[in-house]
Design a protein around this ligand. Structure first.
Ligand SMILES: Cc1cc2nc3c(=O)[nH]c(=O)nc-3n(C[C@H](O)[C@H](O)[C@H](O)COP(=O)(O)O)c2cc1C
Length: 312
């Protein structure tokens, strides 16, 4: 009997797939449906402390190879999210990861503290540090600076009892070093990668950018090689850490075989976002069937055996 279940930070997931942040909002019904369709866990979109407007339409543009989005992390604020999650969490059938974002370190702390007060809490926190640090002279994203990435991690860890995964940006010189610094600051897991770029596309007839924001983060199959490399580098940087840090490997995964590959590069869980725009909710079943077939052919009973095998 094949076993697709994995443990991440001591939390059991029925299979390695988690819905990546931002693909669905915080509505319990859509989470329930996604789990029913075979996904192993859910990540909420990024939650802000206060309501956050996001960008004007058009905010998304897709081709067969990639998507570009400039949704701008629109959100109704943490109070509303806590209300909605409070209804979903008691009857959840699979783990829920709450993703939080902020422009200042204190905002991350305040949100983590608010979630900590919930009667029934999410299973994990994911901190999206790809946003510009408004207190930095140049607005450099927290994720692009070892020191501020570590500071956000530390301030969140001080107020939460939940395991914390720090979501890293691929737009850095050495992602392994950033991973090391957030782990030294207390991170329990790493999520990698967020969108790449930003990129830009123009409408040659209108002579205007396709997205209202002008630029947008790139996701989908075209970024898969970058995600595999990032996960490989992070695993390599952390493999001797006694805490055995799991990676939520995300970026361009578009099939069961992609998921197996990125797990072999070092992923414990596999985050999937853009693939849902290509395949719909059937993705989860198709991809887990494909993984099962491969594992059977290879005579591997337990999927956890393949994590990081490219490093042996
Ligand atoms: C429409 C859209 C919205 C997103 N919103 C968020 C978000 O709110 N927070 C976040 O951390 N990442 C967000 N992301 C990034 C994804 O979670 C993921 O890291 C990235 O898209 C790469 O994975 P994929 O190629 O499977 O989509 C968003 C991506 C897309 C396409």
């Amino acid at each position: 009997m094949l076993n697709l279940s994995v443990k991440c930070c001591n939390i059991s997931f029925p299979n390695p797939f988690v819905l990546a942040s931002g693909i669905l909002g915080v509505t319990g019904k859509s989470f329930e449906y996604t789990i029913e369709k075979g996904c192993g866990g859910i990540t909420t979109k990024s939650l802000w402390k206060n309501p956050h407007p996001g960008h004007k339409n058009p905010t998304m543009f897709g081709t067969d190879e990639y998507f570009m989005n400039a949704v701008g992390l629109s959100d109704a604020g943490i109070e509303k999210a806590i209300e909605e999650l409070g209804e979903y969490l008691p009857n959840r059938k699979a783990p829920l990861i709450a993703n939080i974002v902020g422009g200042k370190k204190e905002e991350f702390r305040d949100m983590a503290a608010a979630i900590e007060k919930m009667e029934i809490k999410p299973d994990m926190l994911e901190i999206n540090i790809s946003c510009p640090n408004v207190e930095d002279e140049f607005g450099k994203p927290f994720a692009c600076d070892m020191v501020s990435a570590a500071e956000v991690t530390k301030i969140v860890k001080e107020v939460t009892s939940l395991p914390v995964s720090v979501k890293l940006s691929p737009n850095v010189e050495n992602i392994g070093l950033i991973a090391q610094s957030v782990v030294d600051a207390g991170a329990d897991a790493i999520t990698a990668i967020n969108t790449v770029g930003p990129g830009m596309r123009w409408d040659i007839d209108l002579k205007s950018p396709i997205l209202s924001n002008g630029v947008g983060g790139v996701s989908g199959p075209a970024i898969f090689p970058l995600a595999v490399k990032a996960v490989y580098d992070i695993y390599k940087a952390l493999k001797n850490n006694p805490k055995k840090i799991p990676i939520i490997a995300t970026g361009g995964v578009n099939s069961g075989r992609d998921a197996l590959e990125i797990m072999m590069a070092g992923g414990t869980l596999v985050g999937v976002g853009t693939a849902i725009y290509y395949h719909g909710d059937e993705f989860w079943k198709q991809a887990t069937d494909e993984m099962n077939q491969w594992l059977e052919k290879e005579g591997i009973e337990n999927i956890e055996e393949i994590i990081g095998i490219f490093h042996r």
